[in-house]
Design a protein around this ligand. Structure first.
Ligand code: ATP
Length: 318
C-alpha cells in the first residue's frame, strides 16, 4: 500500500530581510512516521517548523500539511495538529489533572483526560501542582496538553533537552507509544542517539538547505561506507594480506577529518585497514590468527556512527 503523505513541501524558502534562513527545500513526511529534523544552530529548523505549524508565513514555495496550506488553515485543521507549547502553558497552581482537564475543555472531542495523563507517564504525579513538577515532568505535561485534541500530527521540538538518562528513555518510550497509536511525529533534536532510536527517517538541514535524507542506517551513504578493521599483531609478526583491504587513510585534523593521504597507519604493530567487504577480510584474518596461534584480542570493526555521518554532511555545507 502506498504511503499517505501528511506533509509535502516544495521549494520552501524563507528570508528575514537579507537573511535567507530556508533556501528552497523539498520534503515529504508519511503518515505514521517519526521524522527527525536535524541541523546545527541557525540551520533553519525552527523557521521551517513554524511555517509547517502555521505560525509563520513563508517567502516562497508550496506547503501542504494534512492536505491544507497552513497559511490558510482554520480551527478544524489546528485541532488535528499537536504543537508542544512553551513552559508558560503549564499552570503552576493547577495539578497535572486539573491542567489537562482545563485544556481538554476547549475541545468538543478528544482523548479522555486519564488516558492522556497515562500516555505521557504522569499518572503517579496527576495530583502534583505544575509549580512542583521537575523539568522532565513539566515537559511531559506540555506534551499532554498538545495531545488533548487527539491530533494526527505532533510536532515535538527538542523534547528531551535537559533530561537525565532515565527520563530520556521514558520520553522515548512515550514517543514510541504515540507512534503506536498511528500518530505522525515531526521531531527536532540535537541528539544523534535520539534520532537513531526513534526516527524512521532523518532529514539534515544545514545553512537553510537539505544536505542529507534517509533512514538512520542509510543517511549519507552510511550503509555503503567502508568499514575499518584494526588489530595489533605480536612484535616481529607480519600480518597477512587480507582480501579487499587497503591501508586506512590518514585523518588529518586540518582537513576537517577527511582523508588526506593513502598511507598505512601502523602505530607500533597496530594495523589499521579499510574494506568494503569486512566479512571476507575478517574471515581470512581469523583463519590466519587461528593457524598461527595469534589471539588478536583487540580486533575492532568500525562502521561510521550517525554522528560521524551527520558531522560530515553538515561540515560540507557552505
Ligand atoms: P537552533 O538549532 O539554534 O534552534 P534553527 O535551525 O532552529 O536553530 P532558525 O531559528 O530557524 O534556526 O534560524 C535560521 C536563521 O534565521 C538564523 O540565521 C537566525 O538568526 C535567523 N532568524 C531566525 N528567526 C529570525 C527572526 N525572527 N528575524 C530575523 N532573523 C531570524
Amino acid at each position: 500500500m502506498a504511503a499517505e503523505t501528511v506533509i509535502a513541501v516544495r521549494g520552501l524558502s524563507m528570508a528575514y530581510g537579507a537573511v535567507e534562513a530556508v533556501r528552497g527545500i523539498d520534503l515529504e513526511v508519511n503518515r505514521g512516521e517519526v521524522f527527525a529534523f536535524l541541523g546545527p544552530n541557525g540551520a533553519g529548523k525552527t523557521t521551517t517548523v513554524e511555517i509547517l505549524e502555521g505560525y509563520r508565513r513563508r517567502t516562497a514555495g508550496e506547503v501542504s500539511v494534512l492536505g491544507v496550506d497552513p497559511e490558510r488553515a482554520g480551527a478544524d485543521w489546528r485541532r488535528r495538529v499537536g504543537v508542544v507549547l512553551q513552559e508558560s502553558a503549564v499552570e503552576p497552581d493547577l495539578t497535572v489533572r486539573e491542567c489537562v482537564t482545563l485544556y481538554a475543555g476547549y475541545y468538543a472531542a478528544g482523548l479522555p483526560v486519564a488516558e492522556i495523563i497515562d500516555l505521557v507517564g504522569l499518572s503517579e504525579s496527576a495530583e502534583v501542582r505544575g509549580g512542583r513538577l521537575s523539568g522532565g515532568q513539566r515537559r511531559r505535561l506540555e506534551v499532554a496538553l498538545a495531545l488533548v485534541g487527539d491530533p494526527e500530527l505532533l510536532f515535538l521540538d527538542e523534547p528531551t533537552t535537559g533530561f537525565d538518562p532515565s527520563a530520556r528513555r521514558a520520553a522515548w518510550d512515550m514517543i514510541t507509544g504515540l507512534q503506536g497509536l498511528g500518530k505522525t511525529i515531526f521531531l527536532t533534536t540535537h541528539y544523534m542517539d535520539e534520532a537513531e532510536y526513534l526516527a524512521d527517517r532523518i532529514c539534515v538541514l544545514a545553512a537553510g538547505q537539505i544536505v542529507g535524507m534517509g533512514t538512520p542506517d542509510t543517511l549519507g551513504g552510511r550503509d555503503s561506507a567502508p568499514a575499518e578493521i584494526t588489530f595489533t599483531v605480536p612484535a616481529g609478526v607480519t600480518p597477512p594480506d587480507l582480501p579487499g583491504t587497503r591501508p586506512r587513510p590518514i585523518r588529518d585534523g586540518a582537513s576537517g577529518g577527511r582523508p588526506a593521504a593513502e598511507t598505512p597507519q601502523t602505530t607500533g604493530r597496530r594495523i589499521e585497514l579499510q574494506t568494503d567487504s569486512p566479512m571476507d577480510a575478517l574471515g581470512a584474518l581469523a583463519a590466519w590468527g587461528l593457524q598461527q596461534g595469534h589471539t588478536l584480542a583487540d580486533i575492532e570493526v568500525h562502521r561510521p556512527t550517525l554522528e560521524e555521518i551527520y558531522l560530515k554532511l553538515t561540515e560540507a555545507a557552505p
